[in-house]
Design a protein around this ligand. Structure first.
Ligand code: 2PG
Ligand code: MG
Length: 401
């Protein structure tokens, strides 16, 4: 597979920050574009994204000159070449954003050449048989309906309050989640005034609350009124690395109360990014490492593990988690993100693929989540164009496209 042209430009993400878009053409004339998202509550061990202008310059002046007319056997060959060309551990020379954009555009162009949907091509590249008895072929949707932490200007310590529909299809999941989302918005406006239905970075509601558990009370009440409470699970991304002014003991008490009152399915980053020990304690107390998708509580690493197989090995050795967030832009290439999924499966962890808080309208991540048969897909609220793009792509995938 030969690349005949590669161009790059800056575009805006959903927070009005510059990010990278590339357009790549293969020698067979097939063209594809790709743009990359950007996080705000980023882990310290994530691959380095460079300022968009620098990343664009690197794509044009370094990557393009080195890859055009070179023959790449497959996705892994291209990604390996890019990683070597960068030569640093954190991809800080060329930029993880520069490398990932090229990696995804190449993936998309290859899928188009094969005339198959992107998710199907991802399944081929992933290359391992997906056991239908141990993994869900339809990832469950993790819908972030209340925003706090760094993603909103309110008083919530936790970053994300997740509604996780427990139904069979994407269409039904979207329907259940959206009904609860709308009912919650109306209830918030009634209880706290109209401004309470304003939205945070990921499209969830973002007013001030009485305490960190009030959103759960209100989500549960809204679901119950709609008779949908038995069709959902609840979860949070605490994003605890960025929680200020709460001791570990207070956090632990809050989790105990949360688990007792709401029996959540999912807690992401309950402690800060190097606290492998306290992750292990909450995992052991509630679920047990290795039980993965069958655990009654998934304790997931995000800032802890950063889609990085070295960090994952540490977390595995210390029995810190039984689930993981996978974000391709934390590591910087499609192949490395697939390797992280593969290792998570080896460890028996539940796999939750995730978008970022700063998104573009690129819907690649929906195909990726479905392609690797993730157990969950975290994708924001069903509002704002950059979030809705992912929902609508899932609906298309379900129609076989
Ligand atoms: C997270 C993400 C996505 P960010 O912490 O899981 O929801 O946030 O992209 O800001 O890191
Ligand atoms: Mg997170």
């Amino acid at each position: 597979m030969k690349v005949s042209s590669l161009s790059a430009r800056q575009i805006l993400d959903s927070r009005g920050q510059w990010t990278v878009e590339v357009a790549l053409t293969l020698q067979n004339g097939v063209r594809a574009t790709a743009s990359v998202p950007q996080g705000k509550s980023t882990g310290a061990t994530e691959a380095r994204a460079l300022p968009a202008a620098m990343a664009v310059r690197n794509i044009k002046s370094v990557i393009a000159t080195r890859i055009i007319h070179k023959d790449f056997l497959d996705q892994a060959a291209l990604d390996e070449f890019l990683v070597r060309l960068d030569g640093t551990k954190a991809k800080s020379r060329l930029g993880a954003n520069a490398i990932l954009a090229v990696s995804i555009a190449f993936l998309r162009a290859t899928a188009r050449t094969k005339k198959v949907p992107l998710w199907k091509h991802i399944r081929d590249v992933y290359g391992i048989w997906v056991d239908p008895t141990t993994t869900t072929l339809h990832p469950r949707l993790f819908m972030n309906v209340v925003n706090g932490g760094l993603h909103a200007g309110n008083n919530l310590h936790f970053q994300e309050y997740l509604v996780i529909p427990r139904v069979r299809t994407f269409a039904e999941s979207v329907d259940v989640g959206t009904k609860i989302y709308h009912a919650l918005g109306a209830a918030l406006a009634r209880a706290k005034g109209h401004g309470a239905a304003n939205l945070g970075d990921e499209g969830g509601f973002a007013p001030n609350f009485k305490d960190d558990l009030e959103p759960f009370r209100m989500i549960h009440a809204a679901a119950k009124k709609l008779k949908l409470d038995k069709k959902i699970d609840l979860g949070i991304d605490a994003a605890a690395t960025d929680i200020k002014g709460m001791t570990r003991a207070r956090l632990n008490n809050l989790y105990k109360k949360l688990i007792k009152e709401y029996a959540p399915l999912y807690i992401e980053d309950p402690f800060s990014e190097n606290d492998f020990k306290n992750f292990a304690a909450i995992t052991a107390a509630n679920a047990g490492a290795g039980a993965g998708v069958k655990s009654k509580l998934w304790i997931a690493g995000d800032d802890l593990t950063t889609t990085n197989t070295d960090r994952m090995a540490l977390a595995h050795a210390k029995k810190s988690v039984n689930a993981i967030i996978i974000k391709p832009n934390q590591i910087g290439s499609v192949t490395e993100a697939l390797n992280a999924v593969r290792l998570a499966r080896e460890y028996g962890w539940a796999v939750v693929v995730s978008h970022r808080s700063g998104e573009t309208n690129d819907d690649f991540i929906a195909d990726f989540a479905y392609g690797v048969a993730a157990d969950g897909f975290k994708l924001g609220a069903p509002a704002r164009g950059e979030r809705v793009a992912k929902y609508n792509r899932l609906l298309e995938i379900e129609e076989g496209k």
